[in-house]
Every structure is written in structure tokens, then in C-alpha cells.
Write a protein that binds this ligand. Sequence first.
Ligand code: NZQ
Ligand code: ZN
Length: 388
Amino acid sequence: MQNFIFQNKTKIIFGKSVVRNLGDEVGKVTRTALLVYGGKSCKLNGSYDQAKMSLSEHGIDIVELSGVKPNPRISSVRRGAQLCKEHNVGAVIALGGGSVIDCAKIIAISAKTELDPWIFLEGKDSAHAGLPLFTILTLAATGSEMNSGAVITNEETNEKFDYGSKYMQPRVSFLDPSYTFSVNKWQTAAGTADIMSHIMEQYFGDVQGSYIQDRLAEGLLKTCIKFGPQAINNPLDYEARANLMWTSSLALNGLLSSGHSFPWIVHPIEHPISGFYDITHGAGLACLTPNYYRYVLDEKNVRRFATFAQNVFGIKDNEDEMVVAKEGIDALENFFISLGLPKRLRDLGVKDDKFKEMAEQVYTRTQFHGGFAELSINDIVNIYKSSY
Ligand code: NZQ
Ligand code: ZN
């Protein structure tokens, strides 16, 4: 195991009705906050009213930024940062899924500077400060509620870039699984695929001395395999929703990544697809992941894929490890399909005429070293084609 420091500064307040504590937590840092949310889901499931009630009980004034879209746009970030400056806001509260949280994160750091927010995403400057950030999670998927990263789309250029900073780590995140009762089958399935992808990106990395990380990862994957279908079939199943929600946070909060190294591959390859075609991130991952694994599977890494097949999907032992490995990848693909996710990118409305452009965009930002294969632009195009 490699040396590491593990520190996650987000306080998680988990369970039924926990949002009643929002005003108390926000009141420790400010009397005026920006409340960021998306469309109408938060008004339909009660989370908006409960958040506002708690804030009002503690005398906290609210400025609102609504309409943040999935694959959040840089224009929303700019509007939010402007509101913070105009109203002298002292904290940002995100109420929603990963898109709302990511938008709020970049707002939090942009409110403290005159720089245009896209500068951070382009990697031309880094944040030196940020407003305190609070989140109320309503969709189990990204892990953004407990990490310091954000992904934003520039709608003028179709670039979808990520940025990370310690100033974007949420101070407190409120996780009430009952807010996710209203998440529809599609978003529940895509969220489950996204959580699994985060775990697998870290699992299929450096396999030297990562015993504890591997067993944690397998346990989290099995949790998704058990509770994803359960939540889809019975949206009001609290235990299923609660397990998915906590797995979302644990999958991407530094726990699995501590002590070993791995390059992220499928995420960088997916981001330009949702940047260009505005598709659901988790659905894109579900199409790409099995085909990426098939593309890189070879004699050197077969043991890892066979271990995955046996420990996660219970595939029976076979003298030929390659058979077990392939059955594991097929089982993963079939699991995604059983959730109602598509097998092919074309089913998401993706066209096959921008693969080269997208692969070049990925290549300028991501180092594909240290994974199972050194991917070239051509390799990325081939993975797009095999998933199309
Ligand atoms: O806009 P509203 O009405 O709220 O509807 C949303 C949206 O249409 C709906 N929704 C959210 N909570 C709901 C609900 N509907 C009913 N009931 C509820 N309780 O769900 C739709 C999708 O929301 P979104 O926030 O886009 O989903 P998700 O959480 O999957 O976030 C996806 C975004 O996060 C990025 C993705 O790239 C994508 O842009 N990611 C962020 C990461 C991070 N910061 O760590 C890592 C991830 O890998 C990912 O890249
Ligand atoms: Zn993801």
C-alpha cells in the first residue's frame, strides 16, 4: 500500500428529516445565503419547503438561483456568482443532484474573485478562496456531496470540463434518503451506473497492495447490485434508497482511492459525449464501460477481471481465467441493461460523426498512462465505435 493522508472535511448529516438542522448549520457562518436548485423536482418532493422553513426559523435571508440544468452550464455559474456579489452572500446552499451541487461549487469559488469562472475549468487559474458550501442531496449518483470536484459544460463550445479545489469541499451535506423517493426509474438507473463506475474506475487501477481497497470496492458494488433494482421496482423503499445514497458518497470521497493509484479512463471518455449531446452521464458510462473493458482485457490483466467476475457477480471458477473474465464483463453489461439502461450510444441520440473531435478533446486534458493500456486518440475512437 502506498503512503497517504486521508481527510474528508464534509460533515454528513444523514437520515429522515435531517434538513430541519440546515438553518442551524448555515447560521454558524452567515445570515444571507444563495440557494441553488434545478427544475421543479425539489418543489414537488418537499425538500425546497423544508429547507426554506429551517432557514427562515434561523433568520437567514435567501437569494435564489433556479433552473440549473443537468450537465450544468457555465452561464448558470456566472449568474450565481453575480448574485453572490450583488447580495453580499455569505454561503452557498445546493439543493439537488450532482449538477446543482457542481454548479454551486464553482459559484462558491467564483464569488470570491473577478475572474470569469470558466478560467478554473480550463485550468488557467486556481481558486484561492471560496464561500462555505452546504448541500442537500436529492439524487444518489455523483458523490459530489462529499468531494471537492465539479464538472461544468460550456454551452458555447460543447466543452465539458472538471475542476477540483479544497475550497469546493462541502462544509455540511444533508442526506435524507426519502427525498430520493421521487427520482424516476431512468435517473435511479443512471445514478446506480454512475456510482458503480466511480468504484470501478478505482478498482481497475494499480492492483499491487490494494487488498482492503478492493474488498471495500466489491462490497460497495454489491450494494449497488442489490439495491439499484430494488429502488427501481419500489421507489419508496427507504432501505434501498438509503443504501444507494450512502454508497454514492463512499464511492467518491477519497476512501477507495487512498493508498493506491489508478488513472480514470471511462469518465474522461464519457464527458465529451454529454458535453456534445447533453445525454445523462450515467447512461453514457453504462454504454462505454463494458466495451472499454473488452478493449483492454489481455493476459496481463485477466486475473483482475476474473476476480471482479467472481467476487462481484459470483461467476463460477473455470480453468480458463479468460472465460471467467469475459463472463464478468458480460454480467456487468447485462446488469446495466436489466436496470433499463441502453447498450448502445446511438440509443441515447449520439451520432457517430464527432468521435475523432471528442477523442482529441479528451486527449488534450487527460493522461492515459498507468492504466491497463496506453490509449491513443485512435484507441478512444475505437472504444466509441464499439459502444455505438
Ligand atoms: O432539475 P430537477 O427538477 O431537480 O430534476 C433533476 C434532473 O432533471 C432530477 N432530480 C434530481 N433530484 C430529484 C430529481 N427528480 C425527482 N426527484 C428528485 N429527488 O434528476 C435530473 C438529473 O439531475 P442531475 O443533478 O443532473 O443528476 P446527477 O446527480 O446524476 O448529476 C450529473 C452531473 O454530475 C456530473 C456529471 O457529469 C453530470 O454533469 N458529475 C459530477 C461528479 C462530481 N462532482 O464528483 C462526478 C461524476 O462522475 C459526474 O461527472
Ligand atoms: Zn460519474
